[in-house]
Design a protein around this ligand. Structure first.
Ligand code: PLP
Length: 364
C-alpha cells in the first residue's frame, strides 16, 4: 500500500483528468490568459453556487482578506476581532492594513466562541473576522446579533469552508465580504495560487475589481494605488471544472469522515464534533489528544502521515511578537495548539486505506 500521506492532491486530479486536461489546453490555445471569459464565467458560477450577488477572482486567499479590509476602509487605529486558533493568514489580512487583531478564544467546535466576543469590543472595534475553521460553519446567529448591536462589519474567512452552511445558508454570504482561497489543498482547489471575495454589495465588488488591477477600471486610468491580484484564466478554467464536481467531492469526504466518526473508538483521543444547524465540509478531520506526540510517532511507524493545524497560534508566532499578547493569555487556543492533529483525508482515498487508518488508530 505504501505510506499514507495526510493529503493526496494527485488523486483529486486523476479523478477528472480528461476534463482538466481538456480545459487547460482550451485556455492555452485561446491566446487570452488574464481576465477573460474563464474568470468571468467562474465568478458568475461561484456566486450562483453560493447564492451571492458578486464574486471577484483574486490571486490568493491572503489577498482576499487583505483587500477585503482595504475596501472596507479598515486600517490603522482600528481593531478587528478574530479567533486565536486560526491560520496565521487570517491575522495577516488584518495587520497588512495596519489594523490590530483582537483575539478571542475558540469554542469546542474550533470556531470563535460567540459568547466571548462582546467583552472584547471597544470604541476602536470596526469588524469581526469569522473563520469557518477546518470546514465547519461558525455559530452565526449570535455573531450577527453582535454585529448589528455594535454596528460592526462582518468578514468571513471561508478558505476552508467552500459549501459549508449554517441554518441552510452558505458561509461567506452572512457578512459584508466572504474571502475564499483556492490553494490546491482546499476543498475547491486550483492548480496553483488563487482566491476570491464574494459580496452582495455592488460597491464592494467594483472597488475590489479596481483594486486588483492596479487601481484602474479603465485601462491606464488609475483611481487608487492598487495591486496586481488577478485570478489567472487557466486557474479559473480549472476551478470551473472542479466546481461542477464540488458537491460530489464533498459527499465523498462526508462518507469517509462518517466512518471515522463511527468506527474510531480509542479513549486516547477525542473526535471532532458537528454543531447543530451547521454543516461540515471536512477540509480537515481534526482530533485532539494529550498523547499527541506519541500518537504521531506510532502512526508514522505504521506508515501513516499526519499534520498539525496549527502548532503555533498566531499570537505566539515570532511575526506577532510586536502585538505583545503573552503566552497564557489564550489558554484554550494554546491548549488546542498542543493537542490537535489532522489525520489523512482526501478525495480518492481507498477503502483499504480507510480500513487501515481506522484499525491502526484504534490499536494505539
Ligand atoms: C489557506 C488559508 C488562507 C490563505 O489562503 P492562501 O490562498 O494560501 O493565501 C487564509 N485563511 C485560512 C483559514 C486558510 O486556511
Amino acid at each position: 500500500m505504501g505510506k499514507i500521506m495526510p493529503n493526496r492532491l494527485d488523486r483529486g486530479f486523476y479523478k477528472y483528468q480528461a476534463e482538466f486536461e481538456a480545459k487547460a489546453l482550451e485556455v492555452l490555445r485561446s491566446g487570452w490568459y488574464i481576465l477573460g471569459h474563464e474568470v468571468e464565467s467562474f465568478e458568475k458560477e461561484f456566486a450562483d453556487y453560493l447564492g451571492a450577488k458578486h464574486c471577484v477572482g483574486l490571486a490568493s486567499g491572503l489577498d482576499a482578506l487583505w483587500i477585503a479590509f482595504r475596501v472596507l476602509g479598515i486600517g490603522r487605529g482600528d481593531e478587528v476581532i478574530v479567533q486565536g486558533n486560526t491560520y496565521i493568514a487570517s491575522v495577516m489580512g488584518i495587520t497588512m492594513n495596519g489594523a490590530t487583531p483582537i483575539f478571542v478564544e475558540p469554542d469546542e467546535y474550533f470556531n470563535i466562541d460567540a459568547a466571548k466576543i462582546e467583552s472584547k469590543i471597544t470604541d476602536k472595534t470596526k469588524a469581526i473576522l469569522v473563520v469557518h475553521l477546518y470546514g465547519q460553519a461558525s455559530n452565526m446567529s449570535p455573531i450577527l446579533e453582535i454585529c448589528k448591536k455594535y454596528n460592526l462589519r462582518l468578514v468571513e474567512d471561508c478558505a476552508q469552508s467552500h459549501g459549508a452552511k449554517y441554518n441552510g445558508q452558505q458561509t461567506g454570504t452572512f457578512g459584508d465580504i466572504g474571502c475564499f482561497s483556492f490553494y490546491p489543498s482546499k476543498n475547491l482547489g486550483a492548480f496553483g495560487d488563487a482566491g476570491a471575495i464574494i459580496t452582495n454589495s455592488d460597491k464592494i465588488a467594483i472597488d475590489t475589481k479596481i483594486f486588483r488591477n492596479y487601481g484602474s477600471e479603465k485601462r491606464y486610468y488609475n483611481k487608487v494605488v492598487g495591486a496586481n491580484s488577478r485570478l489567472d484564466e487557466i486557474q479559473a478554467g480549472l476551478l470551473r471544472v472542479r466546481l461542477k464536481h464540488l458537491d460530489e467531492l464533498a459527499q465523498e469526504k462526508e462518507k469517509i469522515c462518517g466512518r471515522y466518526l463511527s468506527e474510531l473508538n480509542n479513549k486516547k483521543f477525542v473526535l471532532p464534533k458537528v454543531r447543530d444547524g451547521a454543516t461540515h465540509i471536512w477540509h480537515q478531520f481534526v482530533i485532539r489528544s494529550k498523547y499527541r506526540d506519541e500518537l504521531i510517532k506510532f502512526l508514522d511507524d505504521h506508515d501513516i502521515g499526519t499534520i498539525i493545524h496549527y502548532p503555533i497560534p498566531p499570537h505566539l508566532s515570532e511575526a506577532y511578537k510586536y502585538l505583545n499578547v503573552k503566552e497564557g493569555t489564550l489558554p484554550i487556543t494554546e491548549e488546542y495548539a498542543k493537542t490537535v492533529l489532522s489525520i489523512p483525508l482526501y478525495n480518492g482515498m481507498t477503502k483499504e486505506e480507510q480500513d487501515y487508518i481506522i484499525r491502526v488508530m484504534n490499536e494505539f
